[in-house]
Ligand binder design. Structure first.
Ligand SMILES: O=C(O)CCC(=O)C(=O)O
Length: 366
């Protein structure tokens, strides 16, 4: 039998006494699980440490990074054999944990699933982690773990990333924009589908027709400089952690240093926390939707809403017309640029651009 409880408000110590394993997600979110945090706090320097690690990893991978802490009593097992939809990094914090890893039944799985004992075969790897040991296994690896009998319970932190971050996801994210753009210029894409097509059961003829459209899209894609991202970029930047900081974080919300002017040289700061993307004008409801440049950043994100994906999460950033792309690429592509050399027609536009970026704390005068 496997027993695991996911902690929300439950008292972790009593869960352990009852022989349950407990799993706590989001411990880096200050104050969210005060009892569980108090129990496991001595194992890391602080929960801020988890914030620091996860934030660094989000910059490195360019993908959300979550964490769970698992505390399992001696002589027990929390979860049955299963695989996850994420890349998994495990750090053993206290006690020991015995692990068995198996060949995936679904390599690079896109979902979590329990796997029946009779389907998993013999372990490919079997070992025991001790405090300080670190383990990585790829998405889809079947695994199970138990705490050996004895006195001590086991505590480990699992850090995971790359959920819904495959080429397939990226294709889905960019396809609609590409079709939208192509349809503006290609009459064939705007032609009506045959009468009663939606009622047809036989798909062969339609599939042949669609593959022709896909070839057109592929050719067009070869020469595309800007891809429209539907959600992936924005979702990442909105849901990720803010930069790690010790103080009140005012350097991310209040612009500092000299105000940029035409004769200034400026440089981008917090590049790892900023995304530049092209999207459709979100306030326009008519059909002639215009493309705009969106700059999103995570400087003002809150730890408390990390990966919560709820409606309260707001995006922070700026919007510019496409005509500003070259100037923005200059700022993004060079360590420092002189404002008067920016590729914009007027000095006023150059100054306005750098002022907007400075107000959002994205650039500084050097
Ligand atoms: O400790 C366990 O029972 C399983 C832990 C696990 O699946 C994980 O850390 O990914």
């Amino acid at each position: 039998m496997h027993f695991a409880v996911y902690i929300k408000d439950l008292e972790p110590v009593s869960a352990l006494e009852k022989g349950f394993s407990f799993v706590c997600a989001g411990l880096h979110q200050d104050g969210r699980f005060s009892r569980a945090q108090a129990l496991a706090l001595p194992l890391l320097n602080s929960w801020d440490e988890l914030w620091r690690i996860q934030e660094k990893l989000e910059c490195y991978f360019g993908s959300l990074v979550g964490s769970n802490v698992y505390i399992t009593p001696a002589g027990s097992q929390g979860l049955p054999p299963h695989y996850d939809d994420v890349e998994v990094f495990i750090l053993q914090l206290e006690g020991e944990k015995h692990w068995c890893l198996y060949h995936p039944t679904v390599p690079l799985a896109r979902e979590y699933s329990v796997e029946a004992e009779d389907r998993i075969g013999r372990p490919t790897h079997e070992f025991t982690l001790k405090p300080g040991d670190f383990l990585y296994f790829p998405r889809g690896t079947i695994h199970q773990a138990d705490t050996p009998p004895g006195l001590a319970h086991s505590t480990h932190v699992t850090i995971s990333t790359y959920q819904n971050n495959s080429w397939g996801d990226f294709l889905l994210d960019t396809m609609s924009g590409l079709v939208f753009d192509t349809a503006k210029e290609d009459l064939e894409f705007r032609a009506g589908i045959p009468r009663q097509l939606l009622l047809q059961v036989e798909a062969t003829a339609v599939a042949t027709r669609l593959s022709g459209f896909l070839r057109t899209l592929a050719d067009r894609l070869e020469g595309t400089k800007e891809l429209l991202s539907a959600d992936m970029k924005k979702d990442f930047v909105m849901n990720r952690l803010p930069p790690y900081h010790m103080g009140d974080g005012s350097e991310f919300s209040t612009p500092g240093g000299q105000l940029p002017r035409l004769d200034s040289t400026v440089r981008l700061q917090f590049k790892d926390h900023t995304i530049l993307t092209v999207g459709l004008h979100q306030d326009q409801s008519d059909e002639t939707q215009e493309k705009m440049i969106y700059i999103y950043h995570s400087l003002k994100n809150r730890r408390e809403t990390h990966m919560m994906g709820n409606e309260e999460t707001e995006s922070h950033g700026l919007r510019f017309p496409l005509s500003h792309m070259d100037a923005l690429k200059q700022i993004w592509g060079h360590p420092a640029v002189s404002v008067k050399n920016l590729k914009l027609p007027t000095d006023e536009e150059k100054e306005n651009l750098v002022l907007s970026l400075w107000t959002e704390c994205l650039i500084q005068v050097v």
